[in-house]
Design a protein. Structure first.
Length: 136
């Protein structure tokens, strides 16, 4: 194989990978936007059960259907968007760390004792998610 053939092959392979990279960022962007919406819904929930349901929606959008915290019974508002924002964003990025922090807050929020505490957690989670921008 000569250098020209090798270069053409490499360029072809990179051109196939480029849309996939863009898709992953776009998927994460959609999943984070949906998760942020559901965190805001939890913050405005009239009762703890509704807030908890929205917390599970946020978790499902972050971890994706193959994640160990995924709860299929809660529903997945991010169905078909990607593999979960944590999987669709760069593993060693600042954005990934922020999503991990939001997930840790969600785990705590699921054990909140009352609606007021649940809503405080939801507001913090919503703000955390608003600070994540996958395309940076």
């Amino acid at each position: 194989m000569n250098k020209r053939t090798l270069c053409i092959g490499l360029i072809f392979m990179l051109s196939l990978a480029a849309p996939t990279i863009g898709f992953a960022a776009n998927s994460a962007d959609q999943e984070i936007s949906t998760a942020t919406t559901h965190a805001a819904m939890a913050a405005n929930a009239a009762d703890t059960a509704t807030a908890i349901m929205h917390f599970h929606h946020v978790i499902n959008c972050l971890v994706g259907p193959k994640g160990k915290q995924f709860d299929a019974d809660a529903g997945n508002p991010c169905n078909g968007m990607g593999n979960g924002a944590l999987n669709d964003i760069g593993q060693k990025s600042m954005q990934h760390a922020k999503l991990e922090h939001a997930l840790a807050l969600l785990e705590q929020a699921l054990h909140a004792k009352d609606l007021e505490a649940t809503q405080r957690y939801a507001a913090r989670i919503s703000e955390e998610l608003k600070g994540v921008h996958p395309k940076e």
